[in-house]
Design a protein around this ligand. Structure first.
Ligand SMILES: Nc1ncnc2c1ncn2[C@@H]1O[C@H](COP(=O)(O)OP(=O)(O)OP(=O)(O)O)[C@@H](O)[C@H]1O
Length: 641
């Protein structure tokens, strides 16, 4: 497919001096981007917030007005800057523009229009680069960018073209030298790329999908001057393709300031200027309280100084002055923004909303997400630390249960070991499932909002990865313990042991995922997961034989994956063989005096009777539970936004 370029801006009044910059951007445009003009009029953003009641331990819910009556616009072909001191509401304005706030938090006469029509922008057309990045730490820089690009580029675009786009984006952002480095994260064992590089990767991941509206929260923070300039140049070039771009920026150097087409200045949630950056100085100097720009002071530094000074005085003079000025026509000439020269008719909101839901088919989503999840989870689960943990478990297990003699005196120890293996590994697997999903949740929410993929493909890819990577080490532990403990010597019994152990662990994993999905509060999920697992473990029949569990809660044993897993392991160990008697007469299992003891008596003694005496019944039940957990998890995930 040949690259389709949207009409370029014919010419530009370079009265802001940006024509002096030599720009060598190689950013490529692979598709036509719907142009979006977003206008916010009289926007007052007042979310419900919780605050402490003075003098008591209680909290109260109230509306806090964060943005007051803001009117501004983000237009195609323009690079817009939002500047203001810390706490002036820049980040909140990004949330409003990206339609990430709740509609009822926009109060009074707030109106948002998209291409002239009231409504919020379709989220798939928006890219937001937040200050906190959401990257996949175990993928390389290139992989992070490539997967984002592939998922958001039409199915017909050949892969080499997507690779080329990835390459040019990396080049643009100075990331080629770290393309094969893992991104890493402060929390993971992988240190990864530097903070500034990670920031650039987050920008690249958004930039590569070429959103109509791109909002960036302090993209240059943590970057050196050259890289910051290069990034802003890239954004400026991207705007020239018809994208609408707004950056939150603190104190840009003058070269960067001169690139802006439109400037919004904020102070304590209020606008104090909205218009051409080249007019800001003249306008503000006309305000009686403002000291003129001193010689040899950068304009951005001066702007911050006068806003901070005004905030310190507490009279909101600049906001009032702007309010007076913008409500009259007196300063219209000074502040008039450069009119965007749109190359074509803007799409209606309905047209913007009616685009195909996803750029690539379900199967492509599934393939990409499976590869991506496998890579990410391999780095999280198949780590040296995880291997060492299993070796420690193996050491202790072998220490206490080494080569158990196969006689009636050691039946209890055999059973206890089977149960210990289940409890130790299932608990770890559940905690892991909870933690990993809590980490993925934010990324999933963001990517779903951008319509990069559907829940079904994400969930299926995750399930496939969960079934392999995540239970591999625990399974290897079980396979080793089988021989160190001297369980039943038979190839068939070994295979059946592996199957029962694997099914129990993967069901525990599905339960962990379900818990994690239904509890958005990650800390609560982590606190509750172990007792829930323990409850089902007790229902497993080792601590209390099934027939002795109180009749009021005995029904819960039918919901316990541990019951079926443990029963299958016990049946596999004892069914169809006789256990030689021990000389130790104090040990009694089964009918007194039976020698050798039939394995079936051991099984019956555990309360495993009737239909549950069948190995395959238990495997079937644990499988069914797994399916139920997975479907419930999927259903709940679809319902959450
Ligand atoms: N959900 C919220 N509840 C209560 N207060 C909030 C909420 N969101 C933002 N604020 C407050 O609103 C003000 C503006 O916050 P915002 O993060 O938008 O500012 P900012 O200009 O981006 O600041 P910074 O440059 O430090 O990132 C701050 O005082 C902040 O504490």
């Amino acid at each position: 497919m040949t690259a389709t370029m949207p009409p370029q801006k014919e010419s530009k009044d370079d009265d802001d001096g940006s024509q002096n910059l030599s720009r060598h951007s190689s950013i490529k445009q692979t598709r036509s981007v719907p142009q979006v003009e977003l206008r916010m009029e009289n926007v007052t953003y007042a979310p419900l917030t919780k605050s402490a009641v003075i003098g008591s331990n209680q909290t109260q819910t109230q509306r806090t007005t964060i943005l007051h009556n803001i009117t501004t616009q983000i237009s195609p072909y323009q690079l817009t800057a939002w500047m203001g001191p810390s706490g002036s509401g820049k980040t909140s304005l990004i949330s409003v523009a990206a339609a990430l706030t709740r509609p009822h938090d926009l109060i009074d006469d707030s109106v948002i229009t998209v291409n002239g029509e009231e409504g919020s922008i379709p989220k798939r057309l928006v890219g937001v680069v937040w200050q906190d990045d959401l990257l996949l730490s175990n993928l390389t820089v290139e992989e992070n960018i490539y997967f984002a690009a592939r998922l958001k580029t039409s199915q017909e675009t050949p892969d080499p073209q997507v690779r080329e786009l990835t390459e040019s984006t990396m080049r643009e952002l100075g990331l080629l030298h770290v393309r094969d480095s893992l991104v890493g994260s402060p929390l993971s064992a992988v240190r990864g790329v530097s903070g500034g590089e990670r920031k650039r990767v987050s920008v690249a991941v958004e930039l590569v999908v070429q959103p109509s509206l791109l909002l960036l929260d302090e993209p240059t923070s943590g970057l050196d001057a050259t890289t910051a300039l290069s990034l802003m140049t890239t954004l400026k070039d991207l705007a020239a393709f018809g994208h609408s771009i707004a950056v939150v920026i603190h104190q840009p150097r003058t070269t960067i300031y001169n690139m802006f087409d439109h400037l919004l200045l904020l102070s304590k949630g209020r606008a104090i200027f909205d218009g051409k950056p080249s007019s800001a100085r003249a306008y503000l100097e006309s305000c009686p309280t403002v000291v003129s720009l001193p010689p040899e002071t950068g304009i951005a530094d001066w702007l911050m100084d006068i806003i901070t000074d005004d905030e310190r005085k507490g009279e909101r003079t600049l906001a009032k002055y702007w309010n007076d000025c913008s409500s009259k026509t007196g300063c219209a000439d000074l502040t008039q923004r450069e009119q965007s020269k749109l190359g074509r008719r803007l799409s209606t909101l309905e047209e913007l909303q009616s685009a195909p839901k996803y750029d690539v088919t379900f199967w492509t989503q599934l393939k990409l997400l499976t590869v991506r999840t496998l890579k990410q989870q391999r780095g999280e689960r198949l780590t040296t630390t995880a291997a060492i943990l299993q070796l420690v478990y193996l050491f202790f297990t072998a220490l206490f249960w080494w080569h158990l003699p196969d006689n009636t005196a050691r039946i209890y120890e055999r059973n206890s070991l089977l149960f210990f293996m289940l409890i130790a590994q299932a608990n770890g697997v559940v905690i892991n499932a909870v933690t990993v999903f809590q980490r993925e949740r934010a990324l999933l929410r963001r990517e779903r909002a951008k319509k990069m993929y559907g829940v079904a493909s994400y969930f299926l890819a995750k399930t496939m990865s969960d079934m392999t990577n995540n239970v591999l080490f625990p399974l290897l532990y079980g396979m080793a313990v089988y021989w160190t403990a001297n369980f039943r010597v038979s190839a068939l019994a070994y295979v059946r042991f592996i199957l029962a152990f694997y099914m129990s662990l993967s069901t525990a994993q599905s339960m962990g995922l379900f818990i994690s999905i239904i509890m958005p509060n990650g800390q609560l999920a982590l606190v509750l997961a172990p007792p829930i697992t323990l409850f089902f473990m007790i229902m497993g029949g080792f601590y209390i034989p099934l027939q002795s569990i109180h009749v009021g809660i005995r029904w819960a044993t039918w919901l316990s994956f541990a019951r079926y897993g443990y029963s299958a392991l016990i049946i596999n160990e004892f069914e169809g063989r006789d256990i030689p008697c021990s000389d130790d007469v104090s040990v009694q299992v089964g009918p007194v005096g039976t020698c050798p003891l039939p394995g079936e008596d051991v099984i019956a003694d555990m309360g495993i009777t009737g239909i549950t005496e069948s190995y395959w019944f238990n495997i079937g039940m644990v499988f069914a539970l797994q399916v139920v957990f997975r479907f419930a998890a999927y259903y709940m995930l679809r319902r959450t936004r």
